[in-house]
Structure formats: structure tokens, C-alpha cells
Design a protein around this ligand. Structure first.
Ligand code: C2E
Ligand code: CA
Ligand code: CA
Ligand code: CA
Length: 383
């Protein structure tokens, strides 16, 4: 008998596929999902010793469900020919028994598909659990990809650094945006392994920019890489030790790494101060992201050892139409000058926005006008 290995996250077969073989799971875990009322639902989680994809083999119908590996798995293949040769010599009663039980199983699955909808909460919970499983498998099987977006000096137009933005290349759905899966990662705790992956990958990216990037375009200096850190990572006691070991391991100059945190983290003032101090001791820079959206910390901003403020896109977007947004940006720029902070305006989409921000004294900018986030490889290819 032949065997096959599938990586976590890999699709074994999809609903509707022709069924030409069944599998015995030797090791690992396979999740069987069915589309019920338009939503993919997990109908079984199978482990070592169990059989998957066996029905189609017996009754020659297309696959009635999809199977995805949720862990690296080793499978033994039972082909139709294998089965046919065994069945040919099997006791006719045994053969009948097999066919009848497969029919019964199929009918049961069909009734599941037609069943009255699961109450919304349960359905949502099942869906979230399924997505978490997929995200976990995705993180473990290389489906995450690091995108980068340049940050420029608005006076010289030179790139001074990059923000790293993670993407999930889902094997079926395709590219998934972080606005969808970061909250999922946060609530499931997967943000910790995901964040670690991003951090390590970002450090490697910075080193790669060093080797391959046009230095003239980077103001002749080594650019920095900015990495988003969310609440779950902030609360992870291993974050700072891990950060230290990643820096040691990659040998990246820590001054070239910037961590972006949001104001919500600062609400626990003493914990935030300790955390920032821990990061700064390692030599990395701290930016306050989405600045202006959580006004609470504005008055005691000076208490935190922060290097950069990133003006939230919502103000930048309205700068030309809305006097209040412009006033807020002017205030932020004045505040940053008083506190000796650098300012980055995010979400610059048009030339008039760029010009207005530059005229107001904003020195650094980021946005679609300058460049969209793109995979690091594409960045080098475009050069
Ligand atoms: P963010 O940190 O505020 O990142 C900026 C977002 O604005 C990015 O969305 C970026 O693609 C988008 N953007 C950049 N320029 C423009 C523009 O000119 N116009 C508009 N409309 N949008 C622009 P993205 O990549 O979808 O990321 C969304 C959020 O997901 C990020 O918001 C960040 O909070 C989070 N995120 C992304 N990567 C990571 C990560 O590695 N770790 C963590 N913890 N969070 C991440
Ligand atoms: Ca950010
Ligand atoms: Ca932001
Ligand atoms: Ca944001």
C-alpha cells in the first residue's frame, strides 16, 4: 500500500471531488467539513487509526465533504483497485453489509445537510472554533506571509523604513486580511506564536533590505522595520525574553526595530511603563499607533518613553474636508515637537493630502500614494 503525507493546513480532498481512494490515518489529525447552508461546518475530527474518504470508494459517488489536515499527518492510501480486488473475493454477505452501511452513512450526512439551522450562537461558535483550527494550522504550515509598506521622509522622498503587515494565504479562500484574523488570533491566544513569527520574519526582512535594497533610496542608511504588537502579546510574560533572543539570534541592530503599540495598552499605566522600559533596555524603538483614536492618554503621554507617534488614518483621510481633523493633526504635530517625538502620518492616499501634511510640518508618511503593502519579494522585483 502507498502512503501520503499532508502538512497541517493542506487540503486532502474537497467536496464534489471524484473519489478515487480512501485513507487510513497513521498519525496526525484530519478535519472533515461540509458546506451546510452556505457555511463550512466541521462534521468530524479524525485521528490515528481512523478511516477518511471511504464512502466514495464504496459507492462511487463524489466526495460529500472536504478534508483538511489540522496537523501534519501520515496516511495510507487505499485505492479503488485495492478495494475492488478485495471485494471481488469477499463474502457476498459482507459486501452487501458494507454497501448498506455506506448508504446509511450517506443518508445521515444528507439529513445533516438538510437539518434545521443550528441556533445562531452555536453556529457562530462552531464557525469560530473551525476558523481557529484553520488559523493554527496556517501558522504552523507556512501560510502566513509578511508584507511590507515603506515609510518615507516627506521632504526628501527617501524611504526611511518599513512597516510589516502580516497576511494569511489560505489554501481555499486565498488572501485573508489581518483585520479579520488578528482579532481571531487575539481571542484564541494564537497571537503569541503568530506574533513571534512576525517578529522573527521582520528582523530577517530588515537584514535582507540591507543586503538588497538600493541604499541611495534609503537615505544611505539602514532602514528600520516596524512591527505591530497587540494586547495579547503585551500581556505575554515571555514577550521580552523572546524579543531578546530573536535579536540575539538574528544579530539585527535593535535600533532598527520599532514596535507599534496602541493607546489601549497604556491604560494600565504601570504595566505599560515596565513593558516599554523592558523593550527600550534592549534598544528597540517604540511607536504609538493609531494615535488620536483613544484620547485618554494624551494628557500624560510625556510619562511614556515613546519615540514616534503615528497619526491615525481617520484624521489623515479627512484632513482636506474637515477643519477639526486638521486641527487635531496640528495639535499632534505641536505636541510631538514639544515632546521631541517623531511623527508618521498614515493612510496618505492623494497628492493634496501629502502636500497639506508636509506643509503642516509632518516629516514622515506612509500610504497608498507612496506604495501599497506588498510581499517583500515583490518589492525587490519592482526595483
Ligand atoms: P495598522 O497597524 O493601523 O496598519 C495600517 C493599515 O492601513 C494596514 O492595513 C495598511 O495596509 C493600511 N493602509 C496603508 N496605507 C493605506 C492607505 O493609504 N489607505 C488605506 N485606506 N489604508 C492604508 P492591514 O495591512 O490590512 O492591517 C490592518 C491592521 O491589522 C493593522 O492596522 C494592524 O492593527 C493589524 N496588523 C497587521 N499586521 C499585524 C501583525 O503582524 N501583528 C499584529 N498584532 N497586528 C497586525
Ligand atoms: Ca501599525
Ligand atoms: Ca495605524
Ligand atoms: Ca489600525
Amino acid at each position: 500500500l502507498q502512503s501520503r503525507t499532508v502538512k497541517a493546513g493542506e487540503l486532502l480532498f474537497a467536496e464534489g471531488d471524484e473519489a478515487d481512494c480512501a485513507y487510513v490515518i497513521e498519525s496526525g489529525e484530519i478535519e472533515v467539513t461540509m458546506r451546510i447552508e452556505g457555511i463550512m461546518r466541521c462534521v468530524a475530527v479524525l485521528g490515528a487509526g481512523e478511516l477518511v474518504g471511504d464512502m466514495g470508494l464504496v459507492d462511487d459517488e463524489p466526495r460529500s465533504a472536504s478534508a483538511i489536515a489540522t496537523a501534519d499527518s501520515r496516511l495510507t492510501i487505499i485505492s479503488r483497485a485495492d478495494l475492488a480486488s478485495k471485494l471481488a473475493v469477499a463474502d457476498p454477505l459482507l459486501r452487501l453489509l458494507l454497501e448498506v452501511s455506506v448508504k446509511r452513512l450517506r443518508a445521515k450526512l444528507e439529513s445533516l445537510r438538510a437539518a434545521t439551522p443550528i441556533p445562531i450562537n452555536t453556529a457562530a461558535a462552531v464557525e469560530v472554533a473551525r476558523l481557529e483550527g484553520e488559523l493554527k494550522a496556517g501558522i504552523n504550515s507556512g501560510q502566513m506571509q509578511l508584507y511590507v509598506q515603506p515609510i518615507v521622509d516627506m521632504r526628501s522622498h527617501q524611504i526611511i523604513g518599513f512597516e510589516s503587515l502580516v497576511r494569511w494565504m489560505h489554501p481555499i479562500t486565498g488572501l485573508v486580511r489581518p483585520d479579520f484574523f488578528i482579532p481571531l488570533a487575539e481571542r484564541s491566544g494564537l497571537i503569541v506564536p503568530l506574533g513571534r513569527w512576525v517578529l522573527r520574519e521582520a528582523c530577517h526582512a530588515a537584514l535582507r533590505f540591507d543586503r538588497e535594497q538600493n541604499h541611495a533610496k534609503m537615505a544611505g542608511k539602514s532602514g528600520f522595520i516596524s512591527v505591530n504588537v497587540s494586547a495579547g502579546q503585551f500581556h505575554d510574560p515571555e514577550f521580552i525574553p523572546e524579543l531578546a533572543s530573536i535579536l540575539r539570534e538574528t544579530k539585527l541592530n535593535p535600533e532598527r526595530l520599532q514596535l507599534e503599540i496602541t493607546e489601549s495598552i497604556l491604560s494600565d499605566t504601570s504595566a505599560a511603563k515596565r513593558w516599554i522600559a523592558g523593550c527600550k533596555k534592549l534598544g528597540v524603538r517604540i511607536a504609538l499607533d493609531d494615535f488620536g483614536t483613544g484620547y485618554s492618554s494624551l494628557s500624560y503621554l510625556h510619562e511614556f518613553d515613546i519615540d514616534t507617534l503615528k497619526i491615525d488614518q481617520s484624521f489623515v483621510r479627512r484632513i482636506l474636508e474637515d477643519k477639526r481633523s486638521e486641527k487635531i493633526i496640528i495639535t499632534i504635530i505641536q505636541l510631538s515637537q514639544a515632546l521631541g517625538l517623531e511623527i508618521v502620518a498614515e493612510g496618505i492616499e492623494t497628492q493634496p493630502m501629502f502636500d497639506r501634511l508636509a506643509a503642516l510640518g509632518c516629516h514622515y508618511g506612509q500610504g497608498y500614494l507612496i506604495a501599497r503593502p506588498s510581499p517583500i519579494d515583490a518589492y525587490f522585483a519592482a526595483r
